[in-house]
Design a binder for this molecule. Structure first.
Ligand SMILES: [Zn+2]
Length: 271
């Protein structure tokens, strides 16, 4: 599978959008910190990450930021929202009207809701321009114009005291960056699930895939399992092959393939 590539955008530059209820909070500061943490955690999942701005102070046009995602699998702009009412407290993922990021947007909004413990539930929504059949948000338009699904991710509202205070804490940003990276990695299937193998005890009369594996290992080491080869049936020929192998390798000669015989055949140590 080709490497997944994501473009992250810190929503605003310099000192921008001060919280009216928690004066230490600036949306631009939070977005800058969070997008760098997110970059780090996404990279740990083997995802390639580029960012729109090289410095927090750098201003960039909205459409240009979206277009910077050319060649990526996703564009994501990091924000916190503002409302006139202090009580408003929920995450939103603004997704393109073409539906290309609906599922991921929904999952990210729910992830923020759970991590931040917002009062109202997370949601994804899209907004069509009043002027035509395109997205209202220019960053999303920019990304869509280069064929990339774009998401504006609002980390609830900095007009809410609890949310703004939460977002000011560095360890909280770390927590949310980890959680979002995991959602994205699962969505793009870059999380490697551990491989499980079963090594059941096999005796004369056993049948199935594990017997076939045993036979292949014995045959591969020069112990013939008879004319039927690796047929998945533990008969007399397999039993004799196993006994010869056990004898040659100083194992208990019992014609039973247990943990010690498996470990020896596979060349692994039992811990
Ligand atoms: Zn914003």
């Amino acid at each position: 599978m080709a490497k997944i590539k994501i473009c992250l955008d810190a929503g605003h530059y310099s000192k921008y959008n001060q919280s009216p209820v928690v004066p230490e909070y600036y949306e631009s500061d939070m977005a800058w910190k969070l997008h760098l943490k997110l970059k780090k955690y996404l990279e740990e999942y083997g995802i390639e990450v580029i960012t729109t701005r090289t410095k927090q102070k750098k201003d960039m046009k909205l459409t240009a930021r979206g277009k910077a995602a050319k060649g990526c699998d996703l564009f994501m702009s990091i924000h916190s929202n503002a409302a006139t009412k202090e009580s408003v407290d929920y995450p939103v993922a603004f997704v393109p009207i073409d539906g290309s990021a609906d599922a991921l947007g929904e999952q990210l909004a729910k992830c923020i809701e759970q991590t931040m413990g917002t009062k109202q539930s997370g949601r994804s929504m899209s907004r069509k321009s009043e002027k035509g059949n395109w997205d209202y948000y220019s960053v999303i338009n920019g990304a869509i114009s280069v064929g990339v699904p774009g998401i504006i991710l609002e980390h609830s509202f900095h007009t809410n005291i609890k949310a703004a205070k939460w977002l000011l804490v560095d360890s909280n940003l770390d927590k949310i960056a980890r959680a979002e990276a995991e959602v994205i990695a699962r969505y793009f299937k870059t999380i490697k699930e551990p491989v499980k193998i079963e090594l059941p005890e096999l005796i004369l009369g056993s049948e199935g895939e594990a017997v076939k594996t045993l036979q292949l290992l014995l045959i591969g080491k020069g112990y013939s399992c008879g004319s039927t080869g690796a047929d998945g049936k533990f008969g007399n020929n397999t039993s004799n092959a196993l006994k010869s192998y056990q004898k040659d390798n100083k194992l208990v000669v019992d014609a039973c393939c247990g943990l010690k015989s498996w470990a020896s055949l596979l060349g692994i140590k039992i811990i």
